[in-house]
Design a binder for this molecule. Structure first.
Ligand SMILES: [Zn+2]
Length: 408
């Protein structure tokens, strides 16, 4: 029998990280490579060093914490998630996966157990993509899905580049991002949806993810005066964008329950009172469990854009700037997780992840899988995001049990 994780210690660590970048409503705001993100990383690193884990960092800021095995030739079992949050973040998204991994390391350390294969705990850079798009940037560069140079050149809304933010936050590591020869990859995460709670499940086995397509739309009209310009002579990019936002929402409603779509971010020029707007940028995405249906959703979006552009005499450019999935996670690994959960008398159900996760990228490199724990009311990216200490402990225990089996 593998040792039991320390549920109180896991909970305490999550609460300690949550206090960094606190929001008034009780959540966390640690966007990637901000001073808050750097402070959370520093505390995490301090905990890892106390366990004697060897720390390396690559040039996109991904953190790798290694625990040697007894067989130097064995490929590592790797696991982890991300410590960055959205601006309205909760305390658990990503953080749980990193700190459940830390709890695995702590439990093994305390029990004096050395596995045959080495273990690597990872904190990926900029999973959320709130500050720098696209999301899952660190794992994307690691997996070769995006070049390091391209990622470093990306800027936030204030013109700060990823390269600059890495330097300013002290997170530009020396390693060239590259696959590390892992035998297996596991990520524990909160569900961020209501399905597990409704079905009374303890552990979700994530068998795959949706296919998502992310767009930047640029709507171009003509600047004019809000007073003298007759309504039928206006080419108002902001009003056109309002129609686009509603079209995205309509496409999402039509795709439920297996598809979703959202408009999330807007930038408007000249954004001046007294002026009819002439350039508006919008970010939106479409996603579906079936890749072909996501592509149909994109086609529906493009049809709607053509109609809006024609009617309102604006130009709409579409830049498909990122995609992820669909990914089918490794069957063998899913079975290990399922068996380990059942061995602990936990109820299990299969899940499809609707959100993007770093595991989507790692799955290109080695057999990968994810496990979910329930989210109370399915609330996420919100200060009210919550999972109970018991729910989190069950997830961390199954993670430990699986890692011990895989690493021997
Ligand atoms: Zn996450």
């Amino acid at each position: 029998m593998t040792p039991t994780i320390n549920a109180d210690r896991l909970w305490q660590s999550i609460m300690d990280i949550a206090r960094i970048g606190p929001t008034p409503e009780g959540g966390s705001n640690r966007m990637a490579l901000t001073p808050e993100d750097a402070a959370a990383r520093a505390l995490f690193l301090e905990w890892c060093k106390a366990l004697g884990l060897a720390f390396t960092q690559d040039a996109i800021g991904n953190m790798f914490l290694r625990r040697d095995g007894t067989d130097p030739a064995a490929h590592a079992v790797a696991f982890g998630s991300h410590l960055d949050t959205v601006p309205t973040g909760g305390r658990f998204d990503g953080v749980f996966g990193v700190l459940a991994g830390l709890e695995v390391m702590r439990t093994l350390h305390e029990a004096g157990i050395r596995t045959r294969a080495p273990l690597e705990l990872v904190n990926w850079t900029n999973e959320e993509g709130s500050r720098f798009r696209p999301a899952m940037m660190g794992s994307r560069v690691h997996a070769g899905d995006m070049s390091l140079e391209a990622a470093l050149a990306i800027t936030d809304d204030h013109g700060v580049s990823v390269a600059q933010a890495l330097r300013d936050s002290g997170q530009a590591g020396g390693l060239t991002p590259a696959p590390r020869g892992w035998a297996w990859w596991l990520e524990a995460h909160i569900e961020q949806g209501p399905v597990m709670e409704a079905s009374n499940s303890d552990i979700g086995i994530v068998t795959g993810t949706m296919h998502a397509r992310y767009f930047q739309l640029t709507v171009t009209g003509e600047p004019s005066h809000v007073g003298p310009t007759a309504m039928d002579r206006r080419r108002d990019s902001l009003a056109a964008t309002a129609e686009v936002i509603l079209a995205v929402e309509r496409i999402a409603h039509e795709a439920e329950p297996r598809g979703r779509a959202s408009a999330t971010w807007i930038e408007n020029f000249p954004n001046a009172r007294g002026n009819v707007a002439n350039i508006t940028r919008l970010h939106c995405d479409v996603r579906h469990e079936v890749a072909a249906r996501a592509i149909e959703m994109e086609a529906a979006l493009r049809t709607a854009l053509d109609a809006i552009a024609g009617r309102r005499q604006v130009r709409i450019e579409v830049d498909l700037y990122a995609t992820f999935g669909p990914v089918l996670f490794d069957q063998t690994l899913c079975n290990v997780l399922r068996r380990k959960a059942e061995d602990r008398q936990l109820s299990v159900r299969d899940m499809t992840a609707a959100a993007g996760h770093d595991s989507v990228l790692v799955a290109k490199l080695c057999p990968s899988a994810m496990l979910f724990v329930p989210s109370v009311d399915g609330i996420t990216h919100n200060p009210k995001e919550y999972s109970t200490p018991e729910q989190l402990a069950r997830g961390a225990q199954v993670l430990l049990d699986a890692i011990v089996e895989l690493a021997g």
